[in-house]
Design a protein around this ligand. Structure first.
Ligand code: 2AM
Ligand code: CA
Ligand code: CA
Ligand code: CA
Length: 269
């Protein structure tokens, strides 16, 4: 993908993400139809579906040869990352959307033959867009984000992870994760993976760990984080597979590498 093509796709994607966000803000206080998916706490609303349909319809009518990988069923069934693929989460943080009416995001990652070219994460209620184009740095609205600090101390790091890491779980011995929480300066959990990746890129948290995410949860985030010198891998340090569910460890490389080597490797089941 050359720069002109990337710029053109970026400006279309940005326009649509702002329009979708405006629609959500206009309807945020309307009554919601809430359904559940894999379990009683795995929520989906009409707004998740209509936002994805809006984005998918625009993409399909403008870029007839592009593919879509998305959460709510308006995308394609893909078995490879060949060609240009839009990886979309229409509302990331649906539980926050339902219960808090804030702290959720629209997430779009655009890949060409498996390479992340564009990342967009839109914090809808705060009207803040995190964006990146490959090789051109990352932005929070119009402000360029600096490279992540190379001199951060482990004991001064803030790590974001949900509390299931500290409960008995299938991937790691929770005792090691409890030690991690005590060894770092602080821990956080925000309930929107996309925003947590954006906060890593912004440098306001130093690592984000998750037991299981789908490609639409991390596609945009990994492109944006990479542009500020951050890393995104599985919790074993392996490259992420863009077509299936995976654990994720992202962050400032100095912190992420120590978390994997000194905690997760020892805790791994
Ligand atoms: P979602 O809101 O788009 O579903 C916190 O729950 C974070 O984990 C959110 O980013 C959420 O994305 C994501 N997540 C991934 N799989 C989930 C699941 N099965 N149930 C709830 N949240 C899930
Ligand atoms: Ca969901
Ligand atoms: Ca999600
Ligand atoms: Ca979602």
């Amino acid at each position: 993908m050359n720069k002109a093509q990337r710029d053109m796709i970026f400006s279309q994607a940005t326009k649509w993400i702002y329009e979708a966000g405006e629609q959500i803000r206009q309807q945020i206080h309307n009554p919601l139809t809430i359904d559940t998916k894999s379990n009683a706490n795995d929520l989906v609303t009409e707004m998740d579906r209509s936002t994805e349909a809006f984005l998918a319809n625009n993409i399909k009518s403008t870029f007839t040869d592009h593919f879509i990988l998305s959460e709510e069923g308006y995308g394609d069934q893909l078995d490879s990352m060949n060609g240009i693929v839009w990886i979309i989460d229409p509302i990331d943080g649906t539980m926050n959307f339902v219960h808090q009416k804030r702290n959720f995001a629209i997430s779009i990652g655009i890949f060409n033959n498996g390479i992340g070219e564009i990342g967009l994460i839109y914090n809808v209620m705060e009207d803040v867009l995190y964006s990146a184009k490959r090789g051109e740095g990352a932005y929070k609205n119009n402000k360029k984000l600096p490279q992540l600090h190379r001199d951060i101390l482990f004991e001064e790091a803030i790590v974001s992870m949900n509390h299931f890491w500290l409960c008995e779980n299938r991937l790691v011995d929770e005792k090691w994760m409890q030690k991690l929480v005590k060894d770092v300066r602080g821990s956080r959990t925000y309930g929107s993976a996309a925003l947590e990746f954006a906060f890593v890129a912004e440098g306001i948290i130093d690592s984000y760990l998750t037991l299981s995410l789908s490609p639409w949860d991390y596609a945009a985030g990994m492109v944006i984080i990479s542009e500020v010198g951050g890393v995104t891998t599985t919790i074993d340090g392996d490259t992420l597979d863009m077509l299936s569910k995976t654990s994720v460890a992202s962050g400032n490389p100095l912190i992420q590498e120590k978390i994997i080597a000194n905690y997760i490797k020892k805790a791994r089941k």
